[in-house]
Design a protein. Structure first.
Length: 265
């Protein structure tokens, strides 16, 4: 009995330590989630205005070049490995439907592990304009060289994996006739600058969406893990109490038996 008591107590301590870890990770993910939501809300007006301005770009910015090979590049945002439930597996299953023959770029350690032969891989960096610039520079390289005709982004928006085109630019919702605008200092200078800002904004927004979805999944996964640890602790505590009561009862029986034997003598 004492051995069982010791073993059960050790298991209770281990489960309690696990609960402490998962609870801490849940709080960290929750903090990151709130920060990501704030970034998304703050960035939404800028992206909307850039989208409206980009609608004045010439049609060539939105139309694939027919002379390029019919091949596309995919930039897959799959987040960090582990501890986020079904987030990464679901996104990678969705991406598998589009990866055949594509040039792959992996953003996040989960994507890097899934695509060891990717054209280029990136770490688990948090969203930032600088990181969006690095991602764009990498994804644009095979597009500028003519190796691919399109560049697409694969990420999770809300709870749903999505695929959206980055290059050429997605068709504007409300196109404007560029000839009706007065452009300073020159159309060529404005177009290239606007294109640069808009493409990086689209990448930054996609990464923010993916990062937010990942933190939602991680908060949920760590909450479930914490609850499971609490259930295990309650079960083990009940088992510990039963073993302890049985041990006490056995000791009382042994004492009573010894007292009866002495009394008979």
């Amino acid at each position: 009995m004492p051995d069982n008591l010791f073993e059960t107590r050790q298991r209770i301590n281990a489960a309690a330590q696990t609960r402490k870890i998962t609870r801490t990770m849940e709080l960290v993910a929750s903090s990151r989630l709130q920060r990501a939501k704030q970034q998304l809300a703050a960035f939404a007006p800028a992206l909307r205005h850039l989208s409206e301005a980009a609608a004045c770009l010439p049609e060539a910015y939105f139309t694939p070049d027919p002379d390029r090979p019919k091949r596309r590049a995919l930039l897959v945002f799959a987040g960090a490995k582990g501890l986020s439930g079904a987030y990464s597996p679901a996104l990678l299953r969705f991406a598998a439907e589009h990866t055949k023959g594509a040039v792959l770029f992996a953003a996040g350690s989960a994507a890097a592990a899934e695509y060891p032969d990717a054209y280029l891989t990136f770490g688990d960096d948090a969203p930032s304009p600088a990181f969006a610039q690095a991602l764009f520079n990498a994804a644009e390289a095979p597009y500028k060289s003519g190796e691919v005709s399109e560049v697409w982004l694969v990420y999770t928006e809300g709870y749903t994996p999505v695929i959206k085109r980055l290059l050429p630019l997605p068709a504007p919702e409300s196109p404007h006739a560029a000839g009706q605008l007065i452009l300073e200092p020159s159309p060529k200078a404005l177009y290239s600058t606007l294109f640069a800002f808009y493409t990086r904004a689209l990448l930054y927004e996609a990464h923010l969406q993916a990062y937010t979805a990942e933190q939602v999944a991680r908060v949920s996964a760590m909450d479930h893990a914490t609850r499971n640890a609490e259930d295990i602790i309650n079960e083990l505590q009940a088992e510990y109490n039963r073993i302890r009561q049985a041990s006490i009862t056995q000791e009382i029986i042994m004492v009573s038996g010894a007292a009866n034997a002495i009394g008979e003598d």
